[in-house]
Write a protein of this length. Structure first.
Length: 255
């Protein structure tokens, strides 16, 4: 099966339109978190259609063969550990059996937040389709799981160095910021380098500032509407009210 995966010209992966990330499910038997792949476009589209009854909005996205390794690596970064692929039978394959991630010698462990990424995906999938009391309760549970992971995570914030110093002689920096359609300005927080690459601007960022929730909650938002987690995909906004809500419930777990 692994050989067939890498010898097939195009494979189809299922994305959730609510999260703009791969559609995932938690396996009820082994609790693995799996994404869904198909060799045939028609079968992938049929899978998407079958979920419309649940009001889940899905799309079949084609992956060329030369993009597979980097995509599987990104799935691991997102906390997804299993590929569910339909051939003649439905087969679950652990991703670490398909590819092996290795760190370059002398390079430190990169900043990644798989627990947060998973909790965001599950929450966004659930909240948009919640109608019954039970479904709404589940979406609230998933929201709290996401909130605690927001508090526990360390983020990448791109910045550029300015040709100025402060009163103590320290070089000033300018944090990257983004403006949305409503002219609101947000500082982006990236859970990992893959998420930054989704919106990499034309100008090259000189460095990344690691920032935890403790620093986020203590940042004065003069002229800034807040922070936004992964604007190239899930686009989770953290306004002052959102930050205060996370701090009230999970501030003691902040990093």
């Amino acid at each position: 099966m692994i050989k067939k995966i890498f010898q097939t010209e195009n494979i189809y992966v299922i994305f959730c339109n609510f999260s703009r990330m791969p559609y995932i499910e938690c396996d009820p038997e082994d609790f693995s978190d799996k994404a869904f792949f198909f060799f045939e476009e028609e079968k992938a589209k049929k899978f998407c259609e079958s979920h419309k009854e649940k009001k889940m909005s899905l799309a079949a996205v084609v992956l060329p063969q030369n993009a597979l390794k980097s995509f599987f690596s990104a799935l691991l970064t997102d906390g997804i550990d299993t590929v569910c692929i339909e051939d003649e039978d439905i087969i679950n394959l652990p991703i670490n059996k398909i590819i092996t991630r290795t760190l370059r010698e002398g390079v430190g462990k990169p900043i990644e937040n798989p627990a947060l990424q998973l909790s965001i995906m599950y929450f966004l999938q659930a909240v948009r389709v919640a109608e019954t009391d039970e479904e709404k309760e589940e979406s609230r549970r998933l929201e709290e799981e996401m909130m605690v992971n927001i508090a526990r995570s360390i983020y990448l914030v791109p910045f550029t160095r300015l040709d100025e110093t402060d009163e103590n002689g320290n070089q000033k920096i300018n944090l990257m910021n983004l403006k949305n359609k409503n002219d609101e300005v947000f500082i982006p927080l990236f859970t990992d380098l893959d998420e930054f690459n989704k919106i990499r601007p034309a100008e090259k960022q000189s460095a990344f500032l690691p920032m935890g929730f403790k620093q986020i909650r203590n940042t004065k938002l003069n002229g800034i509407n807040g922070f936004v987690i992964n604007p190239g995909s899930s686009n989770i906004q953290l306004t002052e009210q959102n930050i205060a809500a996370v701090d009230r419930k999970f501030g003691d777990q902040a990093r």
